[in-house]
Design a protein around this ligand. Structure first.
Ligand SMILES: [Zn+2]
Length: 343
């Protein structure tokens, strides 16, 4: 835990730079950080062969996770070819190399989109060009987003399924992937992909095994929806390995429990800080007539209190806690204020 000089708030009276009272020794957004915390061992996956540029993890029963160390996708070997789930541009051309390694000479027949975000499916256009006739499957919400996006790198699905908690069975060459949409979460249309034979669950941009969630609860479209999904996923699926879409290793049920515990603490810390912080306190009289300024000051102090209360317990448990904890507290206090206080 690197100590750092806190230089990020300016006193109107003295012009001095100083932190809010009680702030953790973690750089807030917009303050330069010259020393981030070290990544914990639990956050790291096996090394990726630098020459190949990807790593394949055999999950059994024909299911494989492919990663370049930061992004993850799935390849499923079937009796008639390969089903690919997601096509991250960061893996790009190596998707075909990995497919050939898993099943030499076998065609890619199907591509499933977990959700519409470019960083997870932006190589789909190239994959389609290399595999003409590819069947592309997605939830209808994802199809609607892609229709609007009109982006050649993300071709429209050829097959969509609709509804919430109405699982769709994709059956290919004797293998089944069950696709289910639980309702808005990270992005509308973001689905669970379940391969029962290998007990592999894929759920992207919701769980970050061993790591702090990406900023603002992974830019969640619907924060209460993310809480519902994370809180229910272990009861809903009897999985042993999770393909979470990010970080260098697969996830476990324990990773989900840990993230849920963190999110529960985050919610409690933000709620407590919102209640215990007095708006306008310590501000100049003339600034108190500016409601935007009053709220900016209030939210800053709520965030500082939230971060300070979470730091002792969580800094050593989650890699990159220090990188995004301010973002998480800001996203959480905002969600509590506009989405409502309950989990
Ligand atoms: Zn995403």
């Amino acid at each position: 835990m690197a100590g750092m000089v806190l230089l990020y708030a300016t006193s109107a009276l003295t012009g001095e730079l100083h932190p809010y009272h009680g702030a953790a020794d973690i750089a807030p957004p917009m303050a330069r950080n010259d020393a981030y915390d070290a990544v914990h061992a639990e956050g790291l996956g096996p090394l990726v062969d630098a020459k190949k540029g990807y790593r394949i993890e055999d999950l059994g029963a024909g299911a494989f996770m492919v990663t370049e160390g930061i992004y993850q996708m799935m390849i499923l070997r079937t009796g008639t070819g390969l089903v690919v789930v997601d096509a991250p541009p960061s893996i790009g051309d190596r998707i075909m190399a990995a497919a050939n390694e898993i099943a030499p000479g076998q065609p890619i027949t199907h591509l499933v989109y977990s959700h519409a975000h470019v960083d997870h499916i932006g190589h789909a256009g190239a994959l389609l060009a290399a595999n003409p006739g590819l069947t592309i499957v997605a939830h209808g919400e994802t199809g609607a987003i892609l229709q609007r996006a009109n982006d050649k790198s993300r071709p429209l699905p050829t097959e969509v399924f609709d509804g919430t908690d109405k699982p769709f069975s994709l059956e290919v060459g004797g293998e089944t992937l069950r696709l289910n949409y639980s309702g808005p979460n990270h992005e509308p249309g973001n689905i669970e992909i379940w391969h029962e034979k290998s007990r592999t669950l894929m759920l992207v941009d919701v769980i970050f095994p061993g790591w702090m969630m990406w900023r603002r609860m992974a830019i969640a479209h619907d924060i209460p929806g993310v809480f519902d999904l994370v809180g229910g996923i272990n009861a809903k699926y009897d999985y042993t390995r999770l393909i979470a879409g990010h970080v260098g290793r697969t996830g476990t049920r324990g990773d989900v429990e840990q993230q849920l515990a963190f999110m529960t603490d985050l919610h409690a810390a933000a709620a407590t800080a919102l209640g215990s912080t007095t708006p306008g306190e310590g501000m100049r009289t003339q600034d108190k007539t500016n409601p935007w300024a009053v709220f900016d000051n209030y939210i800053d102090r709520v965030t500082v209190t939230c971060v300070a209360s979470l730091t002792p317990k969580w800094r050593d448990k989650l890699s990159a806690f220090d990188v995004f904890i301010y973002d998480q507290c800001m996203a959480m206090e905002q969600s509590i204020r506009v989405d409502g206080p309950s989990l």
